[in-house]
Design a protein around this ligand. Structure first.
Ligand code: BES
Ligand code: ZN
Length: 467
């Protein structure tokens, strides 16, 4: 792809559609701006937030935790909608391991003292009696060989729970007691599949007392966990493709994504039925539109379990395919009445993994000014959603979200009554207009991973999402 083509799109993004442009200011009679508006209108006039709202209402009737019937039901609904719009559609299953807790109990006795430890999520169920050894934070390289055959006492902090457990497991530990590094809680921690030793957590005070006692002499513990473990489950990605016209194919692919799973027990209206509703609405609006670029609409499963669906999907792409992907637009939490308050652009922000602008943010910042929102969208730096695996493949990607988050985030109160149709509409228009700018046949192809430098004026914001 030539530099000229990339420059030309840059002009489209930056100058013709400038956020300071006449259209954004509402003036008339500037040909380029009229053209811009005419192209946007092909998409945005068709976007109907009632459709989106109804999708959110339907999906959030029940939780959709990965691997549950609720997820499958949601995924089948999404697949059915894609098919109805005429897309080539695939339900892509993948397996993962999930923590199970069925009548969980954990006991820890040291000398004549009985602890009431927390059984770490996913801990293996087993019973051991062994000497306790303090290994600090269990950073790799600092764990003594002497941990072999013993129960490791580990301080929380600095590295992940999984790494801590693995580091002592590698040296032959037979059990783990983790102690907190702040507060008075013992409720934390997570063990991984294949880490087949019992793992419990205790409070900071309990831990520090033990550390002192161990300095005075050896101690033997009896540790027992029942009702806990890991179970293999299946989650799904739902994939819809639309190939461009064969005589006018740039060979490039644009991705529009959201995740359809929720947290267990959460109806996930905003997180992320809202994003799914926009994916489906844009799929509806763009079905059968002439394009010169392949469109892929994907809803991911098991995002809440650690971005598992998007990593799985990214892992199934050939190098050649990944190379042809020029943009990933991720919508995750785009409809909350109660998020983003007091911030510009109605609280909408585009988060990138590296905190840098890219093609996606350039196009969407400008689209914000031309569409219902009526102003440029700021950008910031954050992961925590499915734009991560695409960024890692070198694909320009951003997360669209209202930030700071609403108080209902990951609670049973993330329900349809908290959804603002107007926010759904604004975000879908921005993503729709941006995508159309790439895929409509009269714009030039992009040079892959060439990031259009930003003649568009939009700001970086250091805006932590909270929660
Ligand atoms: N919708 C959120 C993403 C999010 C949360 C963005 C908070 C910004 C702030 C997403 O579904 C989520 O909850 N992600 C997890 C991380 C994931 C790797 C399990 C999170 O942030 O805890
Ligand atoms: Zn989410």
């Amino acid at each position: 792809m030539s530099k000229k083509k990339a420059m030309s799109l840059l002009l489209t993004a930056g100058l013709v559609f400038s956020v300071q442009g006449a259209y954004a200011q509402g003036k008339e009679g500037v040909p380029n701006s009229q053209a811009a508006a005419a192209f946007d209108n092909k998409i945005i006039k068709k976007i109907n937030s009632d459709h989106m709202y109804n999708t959110v209402a339907l999906l959030s009737e029940q939780p959709r935790a990965a691997g549950t019937d609720g997820e499958l039901k949601g995924a089948m609904y999404i697949k059915g909608q894609f098919e109805k719009y005429g897309y080539q559609t695939e339900l892509q299953p993948f397996k993962f391991y999930d923590a199970v807790r069925k009548n969980v109990s954990g006991t820890l006795e040291i000398g004549n003292k009985s602890f009431h430890p927390y059984v770490v999520s996913g801990s293996y169920s087993d019973e051991v009696t062994a000497e306790v050894i303090h290994v600090g934070k269990a950073i790799a390289g600092t764990v003594p060989d002497a941990v072999s055959g013993k129960i490791a006492l580990i301080e929380r902090g600095d590295i992940s729970f999984l790494e801590k457990i693995q580091n002592v497991l590698n040296k032959g530990a037979v059990g783990v007691i983790m102690y907190n590094n702040s507060g008075t809680s013992n409720t934390f921690g997570q063990a991984g599949y294949g880490q087949n030793i019992p793992v419990v957590a205790i409070t900071k005070d309990q831990g520090l007392t033990l550390v002192e006692q161990l300095k005075a002499g050896t101690k033997t513990a009896h540790l027992k966990v029942t009702g806990s473990g890991m179970e293999e489950k299946t989650s799904y990605n739902v994939i819809a493709k639309m190939k461009p016209h064969k005589n006018k194919d740039t060979g490039q692919i644009v991705m529009i994504g959201a995740h359809h799973d929720s947290v267990p027990g959460g109806p996930g209206a905003n997180d992320d039925a809202s994003g799914v509703s926009a994916v489906l609405e844009l799929a509806r609006v763009m079905a059968n539109m002439p394009t010169d670029t392949e469109l892929r609409f994907v809803t991911f499963g098991a995002e809440e379990k650690g971005l598992l669906g998007s990593y799985h999907y990214a892992g199934t792409l050939s190098d050649e395919e990944a190379d042809r992907m020029v943009a990933h637009f991720q919508m995750d939490m785009i409809g909350s009445k109660d998020a983003g308050g007091g911030h510009k652009a109605n609280g909408l922000i585009m988060y990138t993994i590296d905190g840098k602008k890219n093609l996606v943010t350039d196009l969407a910042a400008a689209a914000g000014a031309r569409t219902a929102l009526g102003e440029a969208v700021p950008y910031g730096q954050l992961g925590r959603s499915d734009h991560q695996p695409f960024h890692e493949l070198g694909i320009p990607a951003a997360l669209f979200i209202h930030s700071p988050l609403e108080p209902w985030y990951h609670t049973p109160a993330d329900t349809i009554d908290k959804i603002d149709k107007n926010k759904l509409q604004e975000t879908a228009e921005i993503v729709g207009a941006s995508v159309y700018q790439i895929v409509r046949p009269d714009t030039p192809a992009l040079e892959h991973s060439r990031v259009a430098p930003g003649p568009v004026d939009y700001d970086f914001e250091n805006r932590p999402p909270g929660a």
